[in-house]
Design a protein around this ligand. Structure first.
Ligand SMILES: NC(=O)c1ccc[n+]([C@@H]2O[C@H](COP(=O)([O-])OP(=O)(O)OC[C@H]3O[C@@H](n4cnc5c(N)ncnc54)[C@H](O)[C@@H]3O)[C@@H](O)[C@H]2O)c1
Length: 310
């Protein structure tokens, strides 16, 4: 049975474990904080049973078959023994990640793939202490990876194409949707696009053009309705009788004009930021955050069911 080791058993490590066991892989979880991996194990057990009860369990295996694939380990050496793929999910701290990979490289063979979940650090920084960087990459998930399947695969400058292919095949095998970047880039693709949306939403609210509530509706009731199924490129392609070329002839100059009017990058601080944060806190008070998160996850899983339809 093929083994994946998860290093770091917080929010993302637990969710990766759910993904890998749903695809029939053995998973060992390691965490530096004593007792943390064991507590992750019991929380994952509970989640798998709940998912089965709600008919939301992924993969072909039953809950008990999936749970039999899962184990926890407080010793790094034992945790990585026999693994062919290591998915690191520790704090977003460059030095911590560099040292984790330095330690792991000393314990595993040169054919073991080393993968980081980092959201914001480029592979050349994360793997700078690893000697053989040909087997290193970032596999950046979207939270929660069990419900949102996209994974960005980002190579180190030395990563071989066979390692990228193997990571792509693994992610596809466990039901994720991998996309590849040809080379590393700050923010990768998803966060760069997300940040462009954040920046313009923030500017529109900050400059008094629209409220916090309404800018969110622009996405949830407007753009987001189609973006769950088709991307911005296909959206444009479908919005002109003869496709994308036709669309750009008609609308390209207007898009260029509006883009040229965009304001400076917001710094997200000061009195205006305080007002935006206050408005958001009134719309969703702190005590409602976990209920709203649960609602989000329930809706995401219903959306995932719809997306399964041909
Ligand atoms: N939370 C998100 O939305 C999200 C989304 C995509 C990617 N990520 C990335 O995933 C990674 C993990 O994020 P998270 O939200 O799960 O963090 P978290 O704080 O929930 O969990 C981190 C875990 O790592 C453990 N840890 C710390 N140092 C360690 C070490 N040296 N060895 C082993 N374990 C160690 C901690 O004990 C903790 O259990 C980060 O790099 C983050 O950027 C997070």
């Amino acid at each position: 049975m093929k083994l994946v080791t998860i290093i770091g058993s917080g929010l993302i490590g637990r969710s990766w474990a759910l993904v890998f066991i749903s695809g029939g892989l053995s998973v060992k979880i390691y965490d530096k904080q004593p007792g943390m991996a064991a507590s992750a194990l019991s929380s994952i057990r509970q989640q798998v049973l709940e998912l089965q009860q709600k008919n939301m369990l992924r993969g072909d295996l039953t809950a008990s078959q999936q749970l039999s694939l899962l184990s926890a380990c407080d010793d790094l050496h034992m945790a990585v023994e026999g693994a062919f793929f290591i998915q690191e999910c520790v704090f977003e701290d460059l030095e911590v990640k560099q040292n984790v990979f330095l330690d792991i490289e000393g314990l595993v063979g040169s054919d073991v793939i080393l993968s980081s979940s980092t959201s914001c650090l480029v592979p050349s920084a994360v793997f700078s202490k690893v000697q053989d960087q040909r087997r290193c990459l970032v596999a950046h998930p979207v939270n929660p990876p069990y419900l949102v399947k996209l994974v960005e695969l980002v190579p180190h400058p030395h990563t071989t194409s066979s390692v990228m292919d193997a990571a792509h095949a693994l992610m596809s095998q466990v039901g994720q949707v991998p996309v590849r970047l040809s080379r590393e880039l700050d923010g990768f693709a998803l966060n760069r696009i997300q940040m462009a949306v954040i920046a313009e939403s923030w500017r529109l609210v900050q400059d008094g053009f629209i409220s916090v509530k309404d800018v969110d509706l622009v996405m949830s009731e407007g753009l987001g309705m189609r973006y769950a199924f088709i991307g911005p490129m296909e959206t444009m392609h479908l919005n002109a009788p003869e496709g994308l070329g036709d669309y750009m002839k008609r609308y390209g100059p207007g898009i260029h004009r509006v883009l040229s009017s965009f304001g400076p990058t917001p710094d997200f601080s000061g009195d205006q930021a305080k007002d935006i944060i206050k408005d958001m806190a009134e719309l969703v008070p702190r005590e409602q955050l976990s209920a709203r998160t649960e609602r989000r996850d329930q809706l995401l899983s219903e959306l995932a069911q719809i997306k399964k339809m041909p």
